[in-house]
Design a protein around this ligand. Structure first.
Ligand code: ZN
Length: 323
């Protein structure tokens, strides 16, 4: 297995969800493969790619229920064309934006392999690695998929390290709250989850991401949500990011995982923040400085729905983060 900076699988481009129901109408699903082609071109030109290894399905079952896992496998095998989940609790998908086709299981499992290969490479070499995962993962809960996510890639990468006795901090900077990652680690004292996102009073996933969700049981205090208003610009964002990074430093993790969504960019059609391309360089620098003592670091790709802003955000972020 070659251990380099970028991990990606062509299988993650072959998966094409076509439709979703938005405001009662069928629309083109924005989680399309083209959203990553610019990023992939840039990463391939600038960095070496590591080989993606196949991991056991057991890894998925460490963060998802068997019932949910089997649902995705079976539905994906049985469906002809594209199935749009319709009723919560009939389908184990909590929205109408997350269709299932014949490639869903294969692509989602491959995204897990990508995240785990990046985690293993970081663990064996101490290098920073980048898992260019698609479909994304942070909305996938223990028992339900949703938000274009089927299996929670970053949560499975966190388990990889947690099982080695390590403390893991996950910073989620996607525009949307990572309700799935929160759900999986809500009572877990070894995994700190910190998320900066659009206020759920106004934005998806609506039911979670509020400040008073702080974790439970032994995990109390290990879940930190920082909801931000529509139009958040660099000034507001960096203040919140500094606060998030202080919490991560207090936790003193062995591992730092970043759920890197770029739908915070002003040009993103889904997210509603106003971050400019150059802001990502500053964010990258701030995050690198605050995590300089952390032994293992893995970046895991999440949302971002504009070809131009995805590329520009990732490029600027890495220039700041790796400089
Ligand atoms: Zn998002």
């Amino acid at each position: 297995m070659s251990c380099e900076f970028v991990f990606f699988s062509d299988l993650n481009v072959d998966f094409v969800p076509r439709k979703e129901i938005d405001n009662g109408k069928f629309v083109r699903n924005p989680e399309k493969p083209e959203r990553l082609t610019g990023v992939l071109g840039y990463l391939n030109k600038k960095f070496q790619s590591g080989s993606v290894v196949e991991f056991s399905e057991e890894w998925i079952l460490k963060v998802h229920t068997e019932k949910y896992f089997k649902y995705i496998v079976k539905k994906s095998q049985e469906v002809s064309g594209e199935y749009i989940p319709e009723v919560f609790f009939v389908d184990l998908i909590f929205d109408t934006g997350t269709p299932i086709n014949n490639l869903t299981y294969i692509a989602a499992k491959r995204a897990v392999d990508v995240a785990l290969s990046a985690a293993e490479c970081s663990f064996t070499s101490g290098k920073v690695t980048y898992a260019l995962t698609r479909p994304p993962g942070h909305h996938a809960m223990r028992s339900f998929g949703g938000g274009y996510c089927y299996f929670n890639n970053v949560a499975i990468a966190a388990k990889f390290f947690e099982e080695k006795g390590m403390k893991v901090a996950i910073l989620d900077v996607d525009f949307h709250h990572g309700n799935g990652t929160q759900d999986i680690f809500y009572a877990d004292p070894n995994v700190l989850y910190v998320s900066l996102h659009g206020d759920p009073k106004e934005f998806y996933p609506w039911y979670s991401g509020f400040e008073d969700e702080i974790g439970e049981g032994k995990g109390r205090g290990k879940n930190i949500n920082i909801p931000l208003p529509r139009g958040t610009d660099g000034r507001i964002y960096f203040e919140a990011l500094r606060k998030a990074l202080e919490k991560i430093q207090e936790f003193s993790p062995d591992v730092f995982l970043l759920s890197l969504g770029t739908d915070t960019h002003v040009k993103d059609p889904v997210g509603k923040f106003s971050l400019k391309s150059e802001d990502y360089k500053i964010a990258g620098r701030l995050i690198a400085d605050a995590t300089s003592k952390v032994k293992y670091k893995v970046l895991v790709h999440e949302g971002g729905y504009n070809h131009y802003s995805n590329l520009s955000a990732v490029k600027n972020f890495l220039e700041g983060f790796l400089s």
